[in-house]
Design a protein around this ligand. Sequence first.
Ligand SMILES: [Zn+2]
Length: 289
Amino acid sequence: MATTDRQATTLALAHALSAAERGLAVLPLSRTKLPALRSPHRDDPAPSRCHGECGRFGHGVHDATTDPARIRELFAAAPWASGYGIACGLPPHHLIGVDLDTKGETDSTAALRELALRHLFTIPPTVVVLTPSGGRHLWLTGPPDAVVPNSAGRLAPGIDIRGAGGYLVGPGSRTRHGVYTAAPGTAHLPPAACPPALLRLLLPPPRPHRHTPAATDAHGRGLVQFVLAAHEGQRNTRLFWAACRAYENGIGAALVEPLVEAARETGLTEHEARATIASAARMTGGSTP
Ligand SMILES: [Zn+2]
C-alpha cells in the first residue's frame, strides 16, 4: 500500500511538472481533490488573510506555481498527494475551466450545446479532461484583463465554471473515485481561446459607473452648462441629451433639479423640463424622478 501511494505521488508529480512546463501553475492535491497541504494558519484564533506571504506552504490555490523546484518542494511536503490541481485565471493562459457534470438527471453537454446555439458560439478544439464520474472539463483561455469568477450552475444546470481563485484537477491525478485523464487526441492541444460570446456569459454583468463625488460634480456641471448654452429651438433637444447622459452615468436622479433649473433659465417651463427629463429617464432605463 505504501509503495502504491508513493507511486501515485511520483506519477502526480511527473504530470504536475509537465503541466508546469506548459505554463500551468500547479499544486499537490490529496485523494479528496482538496489541496494536500493544510493551512499553517489553521490553529490561529482569527481567520487568516495570508495568501502565502508568510513564506510557508498550505495556502490552497495560492501555493500554485510553475517553478519546478518549488513544485518538487510542495510534493515533498505532501507525500500523500496523489494528484495535482491547475490554478485557473493566472497568466499566461488565464485558464477557464468549463466543468460539465453528468451526475443525476442533468445533461450538461446538451445544456452547453443549447447555450452555444442560442448565443451563436462554437467550442473550439481544446484540451478535454475526462473525470472518473463521467464528467468533462473543457480548458479555455481568457483575455488577461477579464476576471472570470467561479460559478456553479449559473450558466446552466450541471455547468460549473472554474475561474480566478479556482483550480482544475489535472489529467493523471488519482482520486478516491478514479483517475482523471485527457480525452483521446486532446492532451497536446493548446487550450483554446474562450469564444467572446461565451466569455460575455461568464463575466459578471457590468456594474453602473461609479464616480467620485468630484468627477460627478464636474460631469454634472458640464451637462448643466450644455443646457444653459441652448438657443431657442434646441432647448428641449439639449435638455433631453444632457438628461440621457446623466442617467447613463448614474447621476440622473442627482441632476434632475439642476437641469430643471437650467432649462427654466433658457425659457422652458418647469412642466416641459420635467416631462423631457422623465422621458430621458425612461429611454435610458433610469428611474423616473
Ligand atoms: Zn501564510
